[in-house]
Design a protein around this ligand. Structure first.
Ligand code: DQA
Length: 145
């Protein structure tokens, strides 16, 4: 059975209450429940984790080696700053999908730069919480093809 890590970065623990006009009203617990239900439906194993700390996210990516086939990563603001996360992804064999709830390309210009995109198989953004489901389907299809 394929295994997917859904990894969320800084401030995503506040989903549901944080700028709901941008990020929606779905909480992180709701997102994780949606991912678990969808995983059962499509026959994959899913593990969810969140951290506000860059180094802890690096540790999660390292720990995914040999454990998870894919990582769905919403690195939050570290997307736009973190060479450490980019290097961590480069050092793992896991297939990474970059994910954002909002359409980062329709927002401030500093959000148009991503250190995650060059080391990801693809990017899903702008579809809110449903993006996690789209990413699971997309990465499973990618792994199987
Ligand atoms: C985000 C977009 C980032 O620019 C922002 O810093 C976040 C959330 C998103 O999911 O839309 O924290 O990754």
């Amino acid at each position: 059975m394929r295994s997917i890590l859904v990894l969320n970065g800084p401030n995503l623990n506040l989903l549901g209450t944080r700028q709901p006009e941008i990020y929606g009203t779905t909480t992180l617990a709701d997102v994780e429940d949606m991912c678990a239900a969808h995983a059962e439906k499509i026959g994959v194993a899913v593990t969810c984790a969140q951290s506000n700390h860059e180094g802890a996210l690096v540790d999660h990516i390292h720990a995914a080696r040999g454990v998870h086939d894919a990582i769905i990563l919403n690195a939050g603001a570290y997307t736009h700053t973190s060479i450490a996360l980019m290097d961590a992804i480069s050092s793992t064999e896991a297939t990474v999908v970059e994910l954002h709830l909002s359409n980062i390309h329709a927002r401030e210009t500093f959000r148009h730069t991503s250190y995650i995109s060059p080391v990801s198989v693809g990017l899903i953004c702008g579809f809110g919480a449903n993006g996690y489901i789209l990413a699971m389907d997309a990465v499973l299809h990618h792994l199987e093809s």
